[in-house]
Design a protein around this ligand. Structure first.
Ligand code: SR1
Ligand code: MG
Length: 423
């Protein structure tokens, strides 16, 4: 199969025939295709994902489809998202070595990436639903975000390189369009593909759609998302885009990558920890999940702390881009000036990340793409109670974000709302 053949979706039945001569795949898993075992395991919203096991190893073959898998061919989506995923992965590996799967092969025409099979890793979201406390995720994800965001911005890059890259990723229009609609707008009106736990949440949904301050805030955040091309983002950094073992963490699926505000990645990620927190009540059996709830709040604190510390370290040691040049500060002996500027940058990421987190929570409960944290709670009344609390929390952090000054304050609010009985 070459990049020149017309695109054709792979299947479990055709994969060995079509990729049997692929040198990168054969060298990793063995050439005897009769011994290949192929499984399709994609559980995301967009693509096909195969695990291929051979005599000497295993690999993942990920292929984009020309439509949104979750919805079907009534929603066409360009194959070029695979190109952006490939380019984002190569940049992330360079900026945060060891944090993403190794790429073995990329075929642009077939929109497929052959990459490292991560095993025994599982999706972070699944681990959190199971109540597993992973000791390293806060450190690993905090470092990943600080390194990719700092090193993928004008704080570090050569300006001509960043502008060329900005132009390259600017073409990821359709994936940005998904976020622009699904995240920032659809939850706040009667959009066609929305769904929510009904009738339990009907009243809250009506309130949120009538909430002028919230809608204005969501649109200010959308404005920021669209207009602030600050750094190369992962673009979809939720707990379903992270694979873990007890000791390892890898980020996957950056097909939504584009140049946007740093706070978007950080906010989306933290929102997923807060959603995991609010959903724990729905996963409690006889064993209570108090320790898990405490762990999840601790993870938000540590992630943000690691992010800030690493970002500050890079600010002091790798600030080679055109912004806040050393010639204006350190080179004149004004170290404090550089620290003052760093403080401003981190403050603005903080203010905005709370907004992005709040609306990410809303869209996962009110929009098209729900998450398993809540969806796997079979008792609908219980699910709605967890969701209602998360919605209330999301509204407060989005609208009042400039009055909230620390992550401890946010977590106190989360704990307070979680313990309320009136839902
Ligand atoms: C139609 S795509 C829905 C969602 O799936 C992806 O993972 C993104 O989060 C997107 O918003
Ligand atoms: Mg994805």
């Amino acid at each position: 199969m070459t990049g020149k053949s017309p695109f054709e979706a792979l299947s479990v039945e055709t994969l060995a025939v079509r990729l049997g001569a692929n040198e990168a795949l054969c060298s990793h898993i063995g050439r005897d295709t009769a011994r290949w075992k192929v499984r399709e395991v994609g559980d995301g919203n967009l693509n096909l994902v195969f695990i291929v096991e051979g005599a000497t190893g295993a690999a993942v073959v990920k292929q984009a489809l020309p439509y949104v898998r979750l919805v079907g061919d009534s929603w066409p989506l360009p194959l070029k998202r695979s190109f952006f995923e490939y380019h984002a992965l190569t940049r992330q590996e360079a900026r945060a070595p060891g944090s993403v799967p190794a790429i073995h092969h990329f075929d642009e025409g077939q929109a497929l990436i052959i990459m490292e099979y991560l095993s025994p890793h599982i999706i972070l979201r699944r681990a959190l639903i199971e109540g597993r406390q992973l000791p390293n995720i806060a450190r690993d994800i905090g470092l990943f975000m600080a390194r990719t965001l700092f090193r993928g911005s004008d704080l570090h890059m050569e300006t001509k390189d960043r502008k060329a890259d900005l132009a390259l990723f600017a073409d990821n229009v359709e994936l940005c369009d998904i976020t622009e609609n699904l995240v920032f707008s659809d939850p706040y009106f009667d959009a066609k593909m929305n769904r929510h736990t009904s009738p339990q949440l009907d009243g809250i949904v009506a309130e949120l759609r009538a909430d002028r301050d919230l809608k204005v805030e969501a649109q200010r955040l959308k404005h920021l998302f669209a207009a602030n091309a600050e750094a190369l983002l992962h673009g979809d950094l939720h707990s379903g885009s992270i694979m873990v073992t007890d000791s390892e963490t890898r980020m996957i699926d950056p097909e939504f990558a584009f140049y946007g505000p740093m706070a978007f990645d950080v906010g989306m990620l933290l929102a997923n920890f807060w959603m995991a927190f609010f959903s724990q009540r729905g996963h409690e059996q006889k064993e209570k999940r108090d320790a898990m709830r405490g762990y999840l709040l601790d993870v938000t604190v540590e992630t943000w702390s690691v992010f800030r510390t690493e970002f500050a370290h890079l600010w002091r040691t790798e600030r080679t881009g055109m912004l806040y040049q050393k010639s204006l500060f350190e080179d004149q002996g004004d170290r404090l000036g550089a620290e003052q500027a760093l403080d401003h940058v981190l403050h603005s990421i903080w203010d905005d990340l709370l907004g992005f987190a709040g609306i990410e929570i809303h869209r996962r409960i009110l929009g098209l793409a729900h998450n398993a944290d809540f969806e796997t709670i079979a008792d609908e009344d219980l699910r709605a109670t967890c969701e209602a609390k998360a919605l209330k929390f999301g509204r407060q952090i989005a609208v009042n974000r400039r009055q909230i000054h620390s992550i401890d304050e946010v977590n106190k609010l989360a704990a307070l709302i979680e313990r309320e009985n009136r839902f």
